[in-house]
Write a protein that binds this ligand. Structure first.
Ligand code: PLP
Length: 375
């Protein structure tokens, strides 16, 4: 909770659930990444929070942008980023969307198979491509394993194919899993990346770039290492595997850039029990369909502040307001809330600057999408 957010909520008194993002925190986070990894380019993962004010603040500081669709590319351009500061990092793209990105000036594309290389070769002549490799996501609270990337041995063939069809085989990417608590998680993937660099070098193709992805955490309930600690672990892993031939590097922080910059204001709608002596059920005016989709499988546990903090607590089931029984936030592991918490109380859900507004549904049950204020 920052003073600026507290002051905004006190004076503006916005009605209904809403996210408030403090741009000063986003700027501080950007500077922390840039300082900890001075030789690494920062590509903010736009999907984490694509608010125009967030994108333009980052563009002004010199950030580049990792985009997943032409729409995100247009948002980054509108925020002031030139096309050479934009990557099309989604490995799953329609050929006509690749053509659209190329027409907008984007020259950096992700692939994880020869089929995708084929599309890029047809409509984005001479573009740079990097191949994403699989990562098991161990240590991450929101793993991004399996769906994206190929095994390192296959990446060698994918990149050689890219070179053969006239693209610039530029490098390797991976994502160690989002909300990655283990600073050593980059080590194994960097060993694979170095192996791919060597194998292609032997075939006469010099890769130049390693995309270290996202994974940098936001502060939720547990303590997390600072960015500097991640940077040191990554730098020593780079030296370990690449020796004195350290490649260009980029990072793509999303959650670590904006997560702790935002707070959701919500309200207790109902508190009830299913039976005498049972756990209390606390229903908020926001749930899985209002923006808290990352509570799926109870993966992300947000810190929650109430006006009654400090009072004795009891475990509660926490749920959203919609008429879908999937709209329960924490039940398997109930959430400790003050016994005196009452209907109508305002609660603040911290660390919600990333992956909330864009996940909220359009009008499920008539609830409007999550409002957002950037201050
Ligand atoms: C979502 C995503 C990111 C951002 O991940 P965080 O864990 O939020 O930092 C980075 N790169 C790619 C390719 C992504 O899809």
């Amino acid at each position: 909770m920052t003073d600026r957010i507290r002051e905004f909520l006190r004076t503006a008194r916005p009605e209904g659930p809403c996210l408030v993002v403090d741009l000063d925190v986003v700027r501080d986070n950007y500077r922390a990444f840039a300082k900890a990894l001075p030789d690494t380019r920062v590509f903010y993962a736009v999907k984490a929070n694509p608010e125009p004010a967030v994108l333009s603040a980052l563009a002004e500081l010199g950030s580049s942008f990792d985009c997943a669709t032409p729409a995100e590319i247009e948002m980054a351009l509108a925020a002031g980023a030139s096309p050479d500061r934009i990557s099309y990092g989604n490995t799953i793209k329609k050929e006509r969307d690749i053509a659209r990105a190329y027409a907008l000036g984007v020259r950096l594309f992700a692939v994880d198979c020869e089929e995708e290389v084929g599309k890029i070769a047809r409509v984005a002549r001479g573009a740079k491509v990097f191949c994403r490799i699989l990562c098991d996501g161990a240590g991450a609270e929101w793993p991004l394993s399996r769906k994206f990337g190929c095994v390192p041995e296959m990446a060698i063939d994918v990149l050689e194919h890219a070179h053969r069809v006239g693209l610039d085989a530029y490098g390797v990417s991976f994502h160690v899993g989002s909300q990655q608590g283990n600073v050593g998680a980059w080590n194994g993937a960097l060993a694979s990346a170095a192996m791919i660099f060597r194998a292609l070098g032997e075939r006469g193709i010099q890769l130049r770039m390693v995309n270290l992805g996202g994974g940098f955490p936001a502060k939720y309930l547990k303590e997390i290492p600072v960015v500097q600690t991640y940077a040191q672990a990554i730098s020593s892993a780079l030296r370990r595997h690449f020796g004195n031939r350290i490649p260009e590097t980029i990072i793509e922080p999303g959650r670590g850039m904006v997560g702790d910059a935002g707070i959701i204001k919500s309200e207790v709608v109902l508190i009830s029990r299913k039976d005498v002596g049972d756990l209390r059920w606390v229903y908020l005016d926001i749930g899985k369909f209002g923006g808290l989709a990352e509570t799926m499988d109870e993966s992300i546990r947000y810190p929650i502040r109430t006006p009654r903090d400090g009072a004795p607590m009891e475990p509660c089931v926490l749920a959203g307001p919609t008429c879908d029984s999937a709209d329960v936030l924490y039940e398997r592991t109930p959430y400790d809330l003050p016994i005196s918490l009452s209907i109508g109380d305002e609660v603040l859900i911290e660390g919600t600057g990333a992956y909330t507004t864009t996940y909220s549904s359009v009008a499920f049950n008539g609830f409007p999408p999550l409002k957002s204020y950037v201050i």
